[in-house]
Design a protein around this ligand. Structure first.
Ligand code: MTE
Length: 306
């Protein structure tokens, strides 16, 4: 089904189904798979201590205002075009410096990983932000399962590249496929998740279905969508925006109000949906997650490693 950002879940979900799901939600700690039969969304995910209690953006805002250049560079292009992307079957190749390399079917990838709701702030490098109720699991759980070799220092990620379903990739706007990377300790941090759902449902295509990275203390472009490959490596891997313009986009890209983008200030942000006249919000260092992640960068000059 093509995604319609003007519709809420209650509109696109048959009512019987919807009610059924609400009833399921009252079941104690029940996790249920929907749609493909995957445990893609947790209908009763436990609240997480890492969640913010700030007001959430609506599903319409989260899935209607996106950056997903594979489907076009306009904010509404992903909602218009990402419905073309086939997400079933889906597999993720895990290779490089791991004990158990292989091509994992999505259901297998998610298997055994405790799904949680994580309500995170998302701060885009373009100085807008949202509050998003992701459903996902810690990347650390998956990395533990595949067994990271001691020589691994970084994790590299790659997005699906399928020009016949991704109209944006038919032009060389940025190099394809989209790639990103994290230092291993960043990848293992409990805040770093692989998201498979949103608002208790499967992840909508515009947001990077069926599985995308979420690293809430970094600018949004580090949170790579629709992942098909995860590679453990011993050197800093390439990252798309850093390749495109290393002067403007560093490898680390931690949210930092003290380091401006060469073309605009990063001191404040506009919350999507706040309205044209809403006051800008001051941007927080590490997007407000410093208590969990500041230690990762002890001794580093964050103006140099921006
Ligand atoms: N991943 C891929 N593959 N392609 C993209 O264009 N855009 C990034 C990131 N992940 C992008 C991507 C940017 S710039 C941001 S801000 C976030 O996705 C936006 O996520 P959202 O659209 O779900 O809010």
């Amino acid at each position: 089904m093509r995604f319609r950002p003007d519709l809420g879940w209650a509109d696109v979900t048959p009512r019987a189904d919807f009610i059924n799901r609400r009833q399921l939600m009252s079941g104690a700690a029940a996790l249920a798979g929907i749609g493909l039969g995957l445990p893609a969304a947790a209908l009763d995910a436990a609240p997480s201590r890492y969640s913010t209690d700030e007001e959430k953006n609506t599903l319409e805002q989260i899935s209607g205002y996106c950056n997903f250049y594979e489907f076009g560079t306009g904010k509404e292009d992903p909602a218009r075009n990402a419905g073309q992307m086939t997400t079933d079957p889906w597999s993720v190749k895990i290779d490089g410096l791991v004990e158990k390399p292989g091509t994992y079917d999505l259901a297998d990838l998610v298997k055994g990983q405790p799904l949680e709701e994580r309500i995170y702030r998302l701060r885009c490098v373009e100085a807008w932000s949202m509050v998003v109720p992701w459903i996902g699991f810690q990347l650390s759980g998956l990395l533990d399962r595949v067994g990271v070799k001691p020589s691994a220092k970084y994790v590299a990620f790659e997005t699906l590249y399928r020009p016949d379903e991704m109209p944006g990739t038919r032009r060389p706007v940025i190099p394809w496929p989209y790639v990103e990377g994290l230092r291993l300790d960043e990848a293992m941090n409990p805040l770093t998740i692989l998201a498979t759902g949103l608002y208790g449902e499967e992840l909508p295509n515009p947001n990077g279905a069926p599985v995308r990275l979420v690293v809430p203390w970094k600018y949004g472009f580090k949170s790579i969508k629709s992942i098909v490959r995860i590679t453990l490596v011993d050197e800093q891997p390439p990252a798309t925006w850093n390749i495109v313009n290393p002067r403007e986009y560093g490898f680390y890209s931690n949210v930092n109000p003290e380091v401006d983008h060469p073309r605009w200030s990063q001191a404040s942000e506009r919350r999507v949906g706040g309205g044209f006249f809403a006051a800008k919000i001051p941007t927080q260092k590490f997007n407000g997650y410093g208590e969990y992640v500041a230690g990762l960068y002890d001794g580093m000059d964050l103006t140099k490693h921006f």
